[in-house]
Structure formats: structure tokens, C-alpha cells
Design a protein around this ligand. Structure first.
Ligand code: TPP
Length: 452
């Protein structure tokens, strides 16, 4: 049992000892993150995590990244770890469901250590009437996916919170797998029944969440100044023709060689040109046809072939670009995957990582699953990206692609670039491709090490 503050304080005038300040679950958890030397925070907010977020995020500055959805957060953090960083991932447990496919098929499958701190919903003091329907099943869901979990709630003595979170972080490192801490910060804690030190900016983590508290948070957010919106100074090539015949996928050319437009770019040729142009750059490719076609050109250590994790290419490449401090990183994915992870467009536009070249190879269909149409047969993805404020280059012929990739390399030194490549829907016959994910991950990490 901890001593009461009076008996531990040397004199009434002396500043409180650090051990005394760390007398709430939230502050114990923050102390653990300090001990683990966390260097990035990737998170989707939760109101009970607010005391932790308010302490961590300001100290990390631009290295605190708000993700649009939890699967994206997992992929960003995975990219950061592969780049040699020590990110912490925070989310509400309600978001674990959103993250589960990517969690299991990316960091778990590729043996990437990841510490996830998930705030518990449901249980004591829960005010959300529906969330029990989901949150009661969270531990079982993680168990079913064989993702290790640690649990923290009012039954765990306060003194055990910090070591337990540190243990979870070490377990992730030692096992080279994602590990989840499920922490109930709203259920009250008998040993933390006093407010944090005045002026610390923290609210009592054990208070139950009221609707008044919720509206405070909404107000705080609304009153914050909106970031300046940059108009894209760059051209949008080859993506502007809304009347393009989507059925035949005739590319809209603006700078191709004479006659270029008559020859639609084949999917395989697009990937070959991309691989040749960025021969030495770390490259993340999407599952299905893209990874298969790329690998058929010769497997490369600097290529991270995703074998599932549809929709996570942009986010993984974003994490890598952030972790590699502006080195050119290429993400290659299909239009279906891009649309699945569309929130990442907003995140990339907000975070603006230098070095990121995000290439959407748009064949208008889910080619890997038999050619079912994607929304890109109606929606112009290049315009979408340009609308988000990203420098966007379009291409629909080999010459246009060459030119766009050369420009993209230059522009990437300033910030992220999106290249929208329209191709035909045919794919090259490629051999079955099912390499071992941990081997791909290990090769990729070593390739990055060799270059750094
Ligand atoms: C979460 C998830 N949903 C569905 C799938 C099945 N799937 C694999 S590839 C693919 C289509 C990908 O389409 P696109 O991104 O356009 O790439 P393309 O196959 O055309 O190269 C789908 C739906 C999956 N792997 N993961």
C-alpha cells in the first residue's frame, strides 16, 4: 500500500517527488511510456485517454499522429517500426475490430513488434448504452487471433500499472509481435482518488465520463485554429477528363508522345516502370496482382510485398516515410485498395510527410478477385487526391508515367506526392506467389539498415 502524500513529502515547501506526481493510472502509464522511450504516438482519440494524450502529444509534437481509422494507425505504426522507430499506438478498444485484419496480417504476420494501448469501454461506469454489445467480446476476440493482451483495471494495484505496461512493451519487443494493453481508465481506482497536481493540465482519470465532459472535448476541438490549407501548386495531369470512356479505360493524355494515347498502359508495364525508376527505394506493394507482378520481375529486398492488409499500403508507406526522415518511400496500390483506405488520403494530406510517393495503379476494377468494378470507374481518384491538397500527377501512357515519376521524385523532397496511373485491366500471367511474410519483413528491414 502506498504511503499517504504527507508522510512521503520531505517538507511542506519541498516540490513533490516524481513518484508522488505519478499517482494516477494515467500518469503511471505515461511514466511507463517514458521508460520505454516511445518516440512516436499514433492514435485514434478516446475521451478516457485524454489525460494521457494531453501529456504525450505535446511533448512529441509532429511525432504525434492522429489516424483516421485504427487499421490505418496499425499500418502507420508498423511502417515506423520497420524504419527503426519506437511508436506507441493508442486507440479505444472499439477500434480493435477495425484494426484486426491489418493487425494480424501485417505486424503479426511479418513479426513486427508493436505496443498497443487500448482504452476499455463497457464495464463499470460506462455511459454508452450500446458499446457493451461489442466490448464484452474484445478479450475473446484478441485471444481468437492469438494476440497477447495485458489487462489493467481497478483490480490491479496502482503500483503495478507502470511495470505492467513496461512488461507489455518488452513482450512486444521480445516476441516481435503486436501486444495489446487493455486499460480501463474510467472505472475508478481506490488508490488514485485524488486529483493530479494543480496546473498539470490533467483531469482526474478516474472520474466517470459525463455528457458535459464530452461536450467540453467537442468545444476544445472546435475552438482550435484550423490548419492553413495549401492550394496545390502542381498540375493534375491526365486525370481531369471526366468524359473519359471508363469502359475502355482510354487514358487522357496531356504530354505523351504522338500516338501514345492509342496504346493504353498495361498494368504490368506500369509496375515495371515504377520498379525500374525507383530501383533502390523502399517500396510497399498491395496484395494480389500488384505484389505478384512486381515479384515476377525479380524479388527485391527493398520491396515489402503485402500479402493481405488491403487498404493499408498508403499508411504503411506513410509510417516508413516519417521514420526514414524524408527518404523517398514508394507505395503502390490498386484503386480498390486506395478506396478501402481512403481516410489515409486525409491523413497524408494533414501530416505531409516528405519523401512519400504514393502511386495508385488504377485499372478501374478489383482485378485480383476477378475484375469486379471499383468506384474508380465513376470517381476520379486523381481529382480526389488533388482536392485533398496533395500534389497530384496523372499518367496513362508509358511516357506520361516516366515523366510523372521523375517529377514525383523531385516533388517528394518537399512533401508527399500522389501519382494516379490509369492502366488497362489486363494482367500478366504470373506464377503463384506465397513467400513467407517474416522473411519478407526481415529482408526489408535489413535492406533499410544497409542504406541508413
Ligand atoms: C480486407 C480485405 N478485403 C477483401 C480482400 C480480397 N481482395 C484481395 S485483392 C482485392 C482487390 C484489390 O483491388 P485493387 O486494389 O483495385 O487492385 P487490383 O487487384 O485491381 O490490382 C480484394 C477485394 C482482402 N484481401 N482484404
Amino acid at each position: 500500500m502506498r504511503q499517504p502524500p504527507e508522510t512521503r513529502r520531505g517538507s511542506s515547501d519541498a516540490p513533490p517527488e516524481s513518484a508522488e506526481i505519478a499517482r494516477s493510472p494515467a500518469l503511471e502509464v505515461c511514466a511507463a511510456f517514458d521508460q520505454l522511450d516511445v518516440d512516436h504516438l499514433v492514435y485514434v482519440p478516446c475521451s478516457t485517454a485524454r489525460p494521457i494524450l494531453e501529456r504525450l502529444a505535446p511533448s512529441l509534437g509532429a511525432r504525434a499522429i492522429v489516424a483516421s481509422v485504427e487499421m490505418e494507425a496499425v499500418a502507420i505504426a508498423t511502417g515506423l517500426v520497420l524504419a527503426g522507430r519506437r511508436p506507441l499506438l493508442m486507440m479505444q478498444d472499439t477500434g480493435l475490430g477495425n484494426a484486426l485484419t491489418v493487425l494480424t496480417t501485417l505486424p503479426k504476420a511479418y513479426h513486427v513488434p508493436l505496443l498497443i494501448f487500448a482504452t476499455r469501454t463497457g464495464g463499470l461506469n460506462e455511459i454508452n448504452a450500446v458499446v457493451h454489445e461489442y466490448s464484452d467480446g474484445v478479450p475473446g476476440m484478441l485471444d481468437a487471433c492469438r494476440i497477447r493482451r495485458f489487462e489493467l483495471d481497478y483490480r490491479v494495484p496502482l503500483a503495478a500499472w507502470r511495470p505492467l505496461v513496461v512488461d507489455a512493451g518488452r513482450a512486444a519487443q521480445l516476441s516481435r509481435r503486436p501486444v495489446v494493453v487493455l486499460a480501463d481508465l474510467k472505472a475508478g481506482h481506490p488508490e488514485a482518488a485524488h486529483a493530479p497536481p494543480a496546473g498539470s493540465g490533467h483531469t482526474a482519470p478516474h472520474r466517470s465520463v459525463s455528457s458535459a465532459g464530452a461536450s467540453d472535448i467537442a468545444h476544445d476541438t472546435a475552438s482550435r485554429a484550423a490548419p492553413a490549407r495549401l492550394d496545390s501548386p502542381y498540375r493534375v495531369q491526365g486525370t481531369a477528363d471526366a468524359d473519359t470512356d471508363r469502359a475502355t479505360r482510354t487514358p487522357a493524355t496531356t504530354n505523351g508522345a504522338p500516338g501514345d494515347a492509342l496504346v493504353p498502359l498495361a498494368h504490368f508495364d506500369a509496375l515495371r516502370i515504377i520498379a525500374e525508376t525507383f530501383a533502390d527505394a523502399p517500396l510497399v506493394s498491395s496484395c494480389g496482382v500488384s505484389s505478384r507482378e512486381l515479384a515476377s520481375l525479380g524479388e527485391r529486398d527493398n520491396h515489402l510485398y503485402l500479402l493481405n492488409s488491403m487498404g493499408a499500403v498508403g499508411a504503411t508507406a506513410l509510417g516508413l516515410a516519417l521514420g526514414l526522415d524524408g527518404r523517398v518511400v514508394v507505395g503502390v496500390e490498386g484503386d480498390g485498395g486506395f478506396i478501402m483506405g481512403l481516410g489515409t488520403l486525409a491523413t497524408v494530406a494533414a501530416v505531409r510527410p516528405r519523401g512519400l510517393v504514393w502511386i495508385v495503379v488504377d485499372n478501374g476494377v478489383h482485378c485480383s478477385t476477378g475484375g469486379q468494378p471499383t468506384a474508380a470507374s465513376v470517381v476520379d481518384l486523381g481529382r480526389l487526391a488533388a482536392g485533398a491538397g496533395l500534389p497530384t500527377l496523372g499518367a496513362g501512357t508509358p511516357n506520361e508515367l516516366d515523366a510523372a515519376l521523375a517529377d514525383a521524385r523531385t516533388l517528394a523532397s518537399i512533401g508527399p506526392v500522389l501519382v494516379h496511373v490509369r492502366t488497362s485491366a489486363e494482367v500478366a500471367p504470373t506464377p503463384y506467389f506465397q513467400p513467407d511474410a517474416p522473411v519478407i519483413g526481415d529482408r526489408f528491414r535489413r535492406a533499410l539498415d544497409r542504406r541508413s
